[in-house]
Design a binder for this molecule. Structure first.
Ligand SMILES: *Cc1c(COP(=O)(O)O)cnc(C)c1O
Length: 384
């Protein structure tokens, strides 16, 4: 069969309000398009207020925020960081850059988040931090993770790339651990193409975070008039985005509630339409624990086998629908094997990596688009 043109892509970037006029304003009125301009300040203030975070620094990406948190955690060669294998490369790579050793543990069968019951077994005298990843914007078991961290004097760095505005027992994700790393990549909920933020929840890191983000200089202090010249005082890099990026991002933040409401609508419709297939055990649907409120970041299904997932994604592709799988587990990747190690069996990780299929979710998607996708999936199982 001929492969049709994509009718319903997996993701589609969008403009929702003042993105373009704010970019013009940054250049023409503010005359400030380098980092830390007026729009960057607005984005940081918005995040601090809406997330309830003590300090936010805008960064070039979630990856940059994770690299900063590795420096702030003072990761030394050989230090271990406990994390899931079922995650994006940057979760591990940012720590490997400092000589850290990712220690991969399995994920829970229901949320596909790090299995908190497996964390303590992975702790050694070299363990420095725990890195929960809030998969699909659904929170990890943060109370248990924070308790383990406290008892073993470990840092907690939340990878909340997918979790903007989601919450766990009333706390926004990224504000529970010592650090949180957000992403505004075009595949996330609130976007600026590339973009991210570091959330810092302990005052003792505020000053060093500013220095690391400004190439290891005390430039921010200089601009506040706290020192009379600025100089090289620490390690660091260039982690601050252009104010053009922040201008685009701020326009999205102004409409954040609408964006999230739309994604949740799409999520709920998928749930409703696919329920009959789940009841017949053709596939499994996502699970959200009662303690978690979410942002509709992702909708996925779990097929019965890798073979069936391949057949289904090809079937959808032939109808012009793009559905994609997710992570190749890091413990099975060339560099994951070289730099990391595993603790315990990673059976759930391997299963999810073979059987999970992500369906299209984007702001511009209509209810009709969702129905086209769910009808196609229903057809697939009818004729299978
Ligand atoms: C998207 C993503 C990242 C990377 O975000 P960037 O902003 O592209 O650096 C990291 N971790 C997870 C879990 C992600 O989904």
């Amino acid at each position: 069969m001929a492969i049709n043109k994509i009718q319903i892509p997996f993701n589609k970037p969008f403009i929702i309000g003042n993105e373009l006029s704010y970019i013009t304003q940054a250049v023409m009125e503010n005359s400030h398009i380098a980092g830390d301009g007026p729009f960057t300040k607005k984005c940081e203030a918005w995040l601090e207020k809406r997330l309830g975070c003590r300090k936010v620094l805008l960064t070039n990406s979630c990856t940059a925020a994770l690299e900063m948190s590795a420096m702030l955690s003072d990761i030394q060669p050989g230090d271990e960081i406990i994390m899931p294998s079922y995650t994006f490369v940057s979760t591990a790579n940012s720590f490997v850059l400092r000589g850290g050793v990712p220690v991969f543990v399995d994920i829970r069968r229901d949320t596909f988040n790090i299995n908190e019951k497996m964390i303590e077994k992975a702790i050694t005298p070299r363990t420095k931090a725990i890195l929960p990843v809030h998969y699909a914007g659904v929170s990890c078991e943060m109370d248990i993770i924070m308790d383990i961290a406290k008892r073993h004097k470990l840092l907690v760095i939340e990878d909340t790339a997918q979790g903007i505005m989601s919450a766990y027992r009333g706390c926004k994700l990224g504000t529970i651990g010592h650090f949180g790393a957000c992403s505004f990549h075009e595949t996330k909920n609130i976007i600026s193409g590339e973009g991210g933020a570091l959330l810092i929840n302990d005052k003792k890191y505020f000053e060093r975070a500013e220095i690391i983000r400004e190439k290891g200089t005390n430039r921010s202090k200089f601009f506040r008039g706290k020192v009379d010249k600025y100089t090289w005082v620490d390690i660091g890099s260039s982690y601050l985005p252009s104010d053009i990026i922040a201008a685009f991002l701020y326009a999205q933040m102004e409409k954040a509630d609408r964006i999230i409401a739309k994604r949740k609508l799409i999520y709920d419709l998928y749930m409703k339409k696919l329920q009959p297939l789940a009841e017949k055990n053709y596939l499994k649907l996502p699970y959200i624990p009662d303690d978690c409120s979410t942002n509709g970041h992702m909708f996925y299904i779990i097929t019965r086998s890798l073979k069936e997932r391949k057949k289904l994604s090809l079937f959808l592709r032939e109808k012009g629908i793009s559905a994609v799988f997710h992570y190749v587990p890091l413990h099975s990747s060339p560099k994951g094997k070289l730099y990391g190690r595993t603790c315990g069996k990673l059976d759930v990780t391997n299963m999810v990596s073979s059987c999970l299929l992500r369906l299209p979710v984007y702001y511009g998607m209509t209810e009709k688009d969702v129905r086209i996708v769910t009808d196609c999936i229903t057809d697939f199982y009818k004729f299978d």
